[in-house]
Design a protein around this ligand. Structure first.
Ligand code: NDP
Length: 455
């Protein structure tokens, strides 16, 4: 029988790879993990975590102003960008250390360097060869910038956390998660922000009411939204970057952020050598068990470009671990469903959503009843803010099941997470109606919506 150095060799130390490595080792497998950069991947280093920290920072700008209505008087404090960057860097370094410690404690061998597949059971890292019964590709993804003239002058989300100096004028290109979040964050921190998006609504795929509502709210916060617009060229000048838009208008900014999507990190790791099949988008193709076209090689997370969300990658990792090394004692093997995956966009205000958009719900379920509320939250009766909140429920007529729940408003992600459990459990509108609200909260609106929107 063939013997291997390891039972599992993980390539890539992001959220999915680390989870798979750690849990496999805890089930008794001999595991190695190769990573060439800081441990934690996109989420920890240049994604979710620093983004959320900066989003908190950005909210303070409004909070100081709103506090006057609640009796707090005095000068607004001054924002120190370098201090925020230093504090973020310290926290991220701490998290990098925790990831390493978690792997060490679990008994995972960490191999620093760039890993490349040599055959279906062999990986090479800096001229050293390792064999493994199974190999897991969890190399993540990278921001992509289209071939616009002057693209060498633009930055991607990777660079936004350490910009020097702070951009007084920022142009954000794109209308997805990353573009909309960074537009809100830098606007909140004090930049003059313009967001240019090629479609007439932000956030393709989200519910249309949410898309319209967030655009109005973001505009109210001061972001200049240019919808149905595209960049023609970017030129460097003595005073900044001159951006020409198709149609002839132009603007000058200090920084141009392109947030126009991400591609799988599937190059340079020997996938072609071994014959791992990629899909049309260049992502690793996997079956329902995350097995690639080579049976001993698995892949998960952003490199497979399904749902590019950290909790999805960690969920996929648990499925792979259960399958390769058995479920935890007394538990059934996990499976992964991509239906009712909750998600939040940390725009200001936040978006939280779970289930289907109205358009998708009508396509899938036929007759659907819509409940919608649009109101000014209690807090803003004194804060002076004109911010409004949107809440929306979609109910399948045939079963009374709530199949879509959407919110634009403060802490929408926190609110929607709890409702996501109910929706996974198949909660009907009758169950929502019989749930007692918590008063006074914004979230109680989801259990007190009585009158449907007329068709
Ligand atoms: P998205 O796919 O969400 O958005 C890309 C945006 O760029 C879209 O608006 C798209 O327009 C636009 N675009 C694409 N190509 C071009 C082009 N050539 N010229 C102009 N515009 C273009 O990608 P992101 O980069 O924002 O984020 C990647 C993924 O990361 C997200 O899908 C999400 O899964 C994840 N993420 C999750 C977060 C969270 O959970 N809070 C936060 C950040 C990222 P169009 O709509 O026309 O396609």
């Amino acid at each position: 029988m063939q013997t291997f150095d390891f039972d599992l060799f993980v390539i890539g130390g992001g959220s999915g790879g680390v989870r798979a490595a750690r849990m496999s080792a805890q089930r008794g497998a001999r595991v190695a993990l190769a990573e060439f950069a800081a441990m934690g991947g996109t989420c920890v280093n240049v994604g979710c975590i620093p983004k959320k920290l900066y989003s908190y920072a950005a909210h303070y700008g409004d909070s100081f102003e709103e506090s006057h209505g609640f009796g707090w008087v005095g000068e607004k404090p001054v924002f120190d960008w370098d201090l925020l960057k230093a504090n973020r860097a310290r926290e991220i370094a701490r998290l990098n250390g925790i990831y390493v410690q978690l792997l060490d404690t679990a008994g995972v061998k960490i191999i620093k360097g760039w890993a490349r597949l040599l055959d279906e059971h062999t990986v090479e890292v800096d001229d050293k060869k390792f064999t493994a019964k199974y190999i897991l590709i969890s190399t993540g993804g990278t921001a992509t910038v289209p071939a616009v003239p002057g693209r060498e002058h633009v930055v991607t989300s990777d660079h936004m956390f350490d910009l020097k100096p702070f951009p007084k004028r920022l142009l954000v290109v794109g209308g997805g998660y990353i573009a909309s979040e960074f537009a809100s964050i830098f606007n909140g921190l004090g930049s003059e922000v313009t967001q240019v998006h090629r479609r007439d609504m932000l956030l393709t795929g989200f519910d249309d009411d949410v898309r319209r509502f967030i655009a109005a709210e973001m505009s109210k916060t001061g972001i200049k939204l240019q919808l149905g617009a595209e960049v023609a060229a970017i030129k460097k000048t003595d005073s900044g970057l001159q951006v020409e838009l198709k149609g002839g208008t132009s603007l000058e900014v200090d920084t141009v952020l392109y947030a126009t999507g991400r591609v799988a990190n599937a190059n340079g790791i020997g996938l072609e050598t071994v014959g791992v099949a990629l899909n049309a988008a260049g992502a690793v193709q996997v079956n329902d068990q995350y097995q690639t076209s080579v049976p001993s090689i698995y892949a998960l997370g952003d490199v497979t470009a399904r749902l590019q969300l950290t909790p999805v990658a960690t969920g996929e990792a648990m499925v792979v671990v259960d399958q390769l090394f058995g479920p935890a004692a007394g538990k059934k093997p996990r499976n992964m469903s991509y239906e009712f995956v909750p998600t939040a966009v940390f725009t200001h205000p936040n978006i939280g959503t779970v289930g289907y958009s109205e358009a998708d719900a009508r396509k899938k379920f036929g007759k659907v009843t819509v409940f919608r509320a649009d109101f000014k939250a209690l807090k803003h009766t004194l804060s002076g803010s004109t911010e409004r909140t949107l809440m929306k429920l979609l109910v399948e007529d045939a079963t009374d099941r709530v199949v879509g729940l959407h919110m634009v408003g403060p802490d929408a992600g926190e609110v929607v997470q709890g409702f996501a459990v109910a929706m996974k459990a198949g909660a009907t509108k009758a169950v929502f109606d019989s749930t007692i609200g918590i008063h006074p909260t914004v979230a109680e609106e989801f259990v007190t919506m009585r009158d449907p929107v007329k068709d």
